[in-house]
Design a binder for this molecule. Structure first.
Ligand code: NAD
Length: 446
């Protein structure tokens, strides 16, 4: 099939590369000329494991092209995929201006029948707006289709080539055959439904996963007070097939470009039809608070944060991505700086992106995890990159001013900590090496 993918970000680029990989002729379009130039030079503007090799392979064979020219791409394609961003507006609603712009551009250059697929996450009913925007500018026939995307950054290539399911929302049965043909090599779980249900499946899925995260984080907060261990609680819960193990890892809450904006957007979608989504509002509130527990634990350990040096391990919202959109590290570092602390930050991949979001003189950018820890009053682990778990705690303690760790992702095991000099706070587990007040390194330093 000849496919144009408009919007060459995390979703569009991965989708375009993978559709080329399974035998289609794909052109990826972006209105950012610097991105397209990078792609022409064989460089990938985002960090996503496995993407570079696959993109280069398909670009070399000519199955994958890149352009800024929407007209040329649309005219040469049978299927148009819209994959531009739908960021939050200040009231939480999804900003559809990028979708509208693309729909109108598509409408203005159509030269015959096309299938127009929206892959971006859009509020219920948006595909019908896309239909209107296109119709206003063309008399050529076309069909709209909603195929929401479920890939996860960090495993996006695998998720796209081997998805759990593909949802296809249609309002004309003639698109079923070509769309089944396009997706049938990827999965057997292809759900054909109406457009509104398809749009809602995406929001409901993300809201449910966010709910699981906030739920286990609240359980973790209670575990801390009653002396239980949330990792054991989650393990015990997860064996119940109705519950499952995934998304029950307590931590400092969800971030990234999807869960925060999609939960806010679903609250607005409900509000627009006079329904108050009370449960989801609480999920969002719990998540907003959870990241600040890092600050509370630091204050418990150190007293004042004014003048302290705090090491930060991990800036991306999760490991294996360079995406820092709504990463907990942004709020945590901002608060530390406001409270008068100095920050030594390190992330294996996301440093450049983070610097574009938050760059103040109080932050020193470190070249390694150990460099970030040097001379620190405490180290905070915010993203569970694999390399952090491999660091010997004895070596780590030897470069710090005092061995205090706030582990926001429960990376270290209790045995490792017990055999180390660390005063250790994690999430929903008993704090370790802090029992005997006289021995608390930090209580002496207060
Ligand atoms: P992104 O910001 O990484 O990419 C969007 C791209 O669209 C950018 O490269 C931008 O330059 C380009 N663009 C904007 N306007 C354009 C126009 N008029 N013409 C051509 N290109 C244009 O966004 P993303 O993370 O890929 O997300 C895209 C959509 O997919 C969002 O709705 C998001 O909610 C959804 N989604 C994202 C993920 C994820 O993990 N990132 C997962 C599932 C769904």
């Amino acid at each position: 099939m000849k496919i144009a993918v408009i919007g060459t970000g995390y979703v569009g680029l991965v989708s375009g590369v993978c559709f080329a990989e399974i035998g289609n002729q794909v052109v990826c379009v972006d209105n950012d000329p610097s991105k397209v130039e990078m792609l022409h030079n064989g460089e990938i503007p985002i960090y996503e494991p496995g993407l570079q090799e696959l993109a280069n392979k398909n670009a070399t064979t000519g199955k994958l092209l890149f352009t800024t020219d929407v007209g040329e791409a649309v005219r040469n394609s049978e299927l148009i995929i819209i994959a531009v961003g739908t960021p939050s507006m200040p009231n939480g609603e999804a900003n559809l201006s990028y979708i509208e712009q693309v729909a109108r551009e598509v409408g203005s250059v159509m030269d015959g029948y096309k299938i127009v697929v929206t892959k971006s996450t859009v509020p219920v009913g948006t595909n019908y707006k896309v239909k209107e925007w296109i119709s206003e500018l063309t008399d050529h026939p076309f069909d709209i289709v909603s195929i929401p995307e479920f890939l996860r950054e960090g495993t996006a290539v695998k998720d796209t080539l081997f998805p759990d399911r593909v949802i296809i929302g249609i309002d004309n049965p003639r698109v079923i055959e070509p769309l089944l043909a396009l997706h049938q090599s990827l999965t057997e779980n292809i759900i054909i439904t109406d457009i509104r249900s398809s749009e809602m499946i995406k929001y409901a899925s993300n809201a449910f996963l966010a709910t699981k995260i906030s739920f286990i984080n609240e359980i973790a907060n209670i575990c801390e007070k009653v002396g239980a261990d949330v990792t054991k609680v989650a393990e015990g819960m997860g064996y119940d097939k109705r519950i499952g193990h995934s998304f029950l890892q307590a931590g400092i809450g969800y971030g990234g470009s999807c869960f925060p904006k999609d939960t806010e957007a679903l609250i607005q979608i409900a509000g627009n039809v006079d329904y108050e989504f009370k449960l989801l509002k609480s999920v969002v509130e719990v998540n907003k608070d959870q990241r600040f527990n890092v600050i509370h634990k630091l204050e418990d350990a150190l007293g004042t944060l004014n003048g302290r040096t705090i090491g930060i391990w991990g800036l991306a919202f999760k490991p294996n991505t360079d995406d820092v959109r709504d990463a907990p590290a942004i709020d945590i570092i901002n608060t530390l700086v406001t409270k008068g602390a100095y920050v030594q930050a390190y992330d294996p991949i996301a440093m450049d992106n983070f610097r574009n979001v938050l760059n103040v003189p109080e932050i020193k950018w470190s070249k390694s995890a150990m460099e970030a820890a040097e001379g620190c009053d405490a180290i905070c682990l915010l993203t569970e990159w694999a390399e952090f778990a491999e660091i010997e705690l004895i070596d780590l303690a030897s470069v710090m001013k005092q061995p205090v760790m706030i582990d926001g992702r429960n990376v270290y095991g209790s045995k490792e900590i017990e055999n180390s000099p660390f005063v250790y706070y994690s999430v929903g587990r008993p704090n370790l090496n802090t029992i005997d007040d006289d021995k608390r390194v930090v209580s002496i330093l207060h």
